[in-house]
Design a protein around this ligand. Structure first.
Ligand code: ASP
Length: 320
């Protein structure tokens, strides 16, 4: 199958849809103050509600993933877009990807420093080029061509105008001790049975300049295929790359006939090292799986059967 062959949508009960989002798997909710929990809860609530309404109104999974991730990128409580952590030089370098499960088209950007919503630039890469991943200067120049919103470095919170040093105390709930924390992702299944996935991040705190994690790598941090599932991961990117984590879940379903829940569980509970991260997934039947091997994962799920929940951790028995 080539990348533009349409993958048949699965028979869908009229009007059913589902969506899951994450806001990172680092840190431990037990150590968070009320303000931090509330800020993150509010941000997740706005994003999930927007996605829920769009899907109920018949929007495509791809549009929903882009809009929902853009909302989280604009919210400084998350390590993506505005709230991105900085590298060892004190500079925000952003990574993002998006994938359409209908035809396996995908786009990604890495190491961008001026783009307000990297997920939207990733979608432009997908729709306007024959490429999948654009990085640093080339991606910035493509951003100018596409006329996406670009911002000055000060836009990324904590970036001093003078001195270019990150504030010691980060506003809005980001914690300088948490190395990998607050990346955002969204997976959705729309009323036509189409799946899409996306992930956006500032990467890991104090990373080397030029370091690229899993979030913009299709197959590592993000994957979507209408026949199986849509997946977004969060955690120590190097581990997700090493294990081809997102595609491996699909491969377990494809070649090993595993259920989505078993495949995600195999990856999170047995293959990735403990404390390395989590994953959200929506299956072709609309089932939602959210799992992590860290103490916490900020995540949320909603579906046409009336489910709407935001949580900071997910006991294994709660997947359905
Ligand atoms: N996976 C991201 C990265 O390594 C970080 C995270 O998910 O928190 O860039």
């Amino acid at each position: 199958m080539n990348a533009h062959t349409l993958i048949g949508q699965t028979p869908n009960e009229a009007g059913t849809w589902s969506i899951a989002i994450h806001g990172g798997a680092g840190g431990n909710v037990a150590d968070w103050g009320e303000q931090k929990k509330e800020t993150r809860q509010r941000g997740m609530d706005v994003a999930l509600n927007t996605g829920r309404k769009m899907l109920a109104d018949g929007a495509s999974a791809l549009d929903v993933v882009e809009v929902v991730i853009s909302i989280l990128e604009d919210d400084a409580a998350f390590n993506a877009g505005r709230g991105a952590v900085v590298n060892h030089l004190g500079k925000a370098e952003l990574d993002a990807s998006i994938m359409n499960g209908t035809d396996l088209r995908c786009g990604a950007v890495a190491g961008v420093t001026t783009v307000k919503n990297p997920v939207s630039l990733a979608r432009h890469v997908m729709e306007k080029t024959s490429h999948i991943l654009l990085v640093s200067d080339g991606a910035e120049s493509f951003a100018r061509d596409c006329k996406v919103d670009q911002v000055r470095p000060e836009y990324f919170l904590g970036f001093h105008k003078r001195g270019h040093h990150r504030l010691d105390k980060l506003p809005h709930g980001l914690d300088s001790k948490e190395q990998h924390f607050g990346t955002v992702g969204c997976v959705a299944r729309d009323q036509r049975g189409h799946l899409a996935a996306g992930t956006s991040t500032g990467g890991t705190r104090k990373k080397l300049a030029g370091r690229v994690g899993d979030s913009p790598l299709i197959g590592a941090g993000t994957y979507a295929d209408n026949r199986y599932a849509a997946i977004s991961g969060t955690g120590i990117g190097e581990e997700y790359i090493r294990h081809a984590a997102a595609y491996d879940v699909i491969a377990q379903m494809r070649y090993g006939s595993k259920s989505l829940e078993d495949a995600v569980s195999e990856m999170i509970d047995h293959r990735l090292p403990k404390q390395s991260g989590g994953m959200i997934a929506v299956g072709k039947d609309g089932s939602i799986v959210m799992r992590h091997n860290t103490p916490s994962m900020t995540c949320g799920a909603a579906s046409s059967d009336g489910r709407f929940e935001i949580r900071f951790d997910v006991p294994h028995s709660d997947n359905r």
